[in-house]
Write a protein that binds this ligand. Structure first.
Ligand code: CO
Length: 137
């Protein structure tokens, strides 16, 4: 069951430059960066009242997000993420209705250890969607 919006994720050429701009122009504070080696990204978050903005830069040159930057050199929205009560139950339910879960349906973990999965963009109106299991707030 989908329970809310977790974050919108933006790929940027430079996390430091992005953080500086968000601070200077919008007064937004970007938290500490951390690396997810499995996904080849360095990430940082802006905490908003009801959701987050996720910023990602490649952590190595052959990162999957490097290809995104080749197509979008200035960066851009990469995916958005919905909270679900259970990744297993939700991915099972939507897969049963024909939606494809990326990575052969393998459940992954984000930098905070929460269980996540990605839905094929063609199965969500053209947008790449992450689903993220959220412990009770
Ligand atoms: Co994300």
């Amino acid at each position: 069951m989908i329970t809310g919006l977790s974050h919108v994720s933006i790929v940027v050429p430079s996390l430091d430059a992005a953080a500086k701009r968000l601070k200077e122009v919008y007064g937004l504070n970007v938290g500490e960066a951390s690396v997810n080696e499995e996904q080849g990204v360095r990430l940082a978050y802006v905490e908003l009242r009801n959701a987050r903005i996720e910023l990602m830069e490649p952590s190595h040159p052959d990162s999957p997000v490097s290809k995104f930057l080749e197509r979008n050199p200035a960066g851009g929205i990469h995916h958005f993420c919905l909270n679900v009560d259970s990744v297993d139950a939700t991915s099972g339910e939507i897969a049963g209705k024909g939606a494809r879960i990326l990575g052969e349906g393998r459940i992954q973990r984000n930098v905070r250890g929460e269980r996540i999965a990605f839905v094929h963009p063609k199965d969500f109106l053209g947008a790449l969607v992450e689903i993220e299991e959220r412990e009770k707030p």
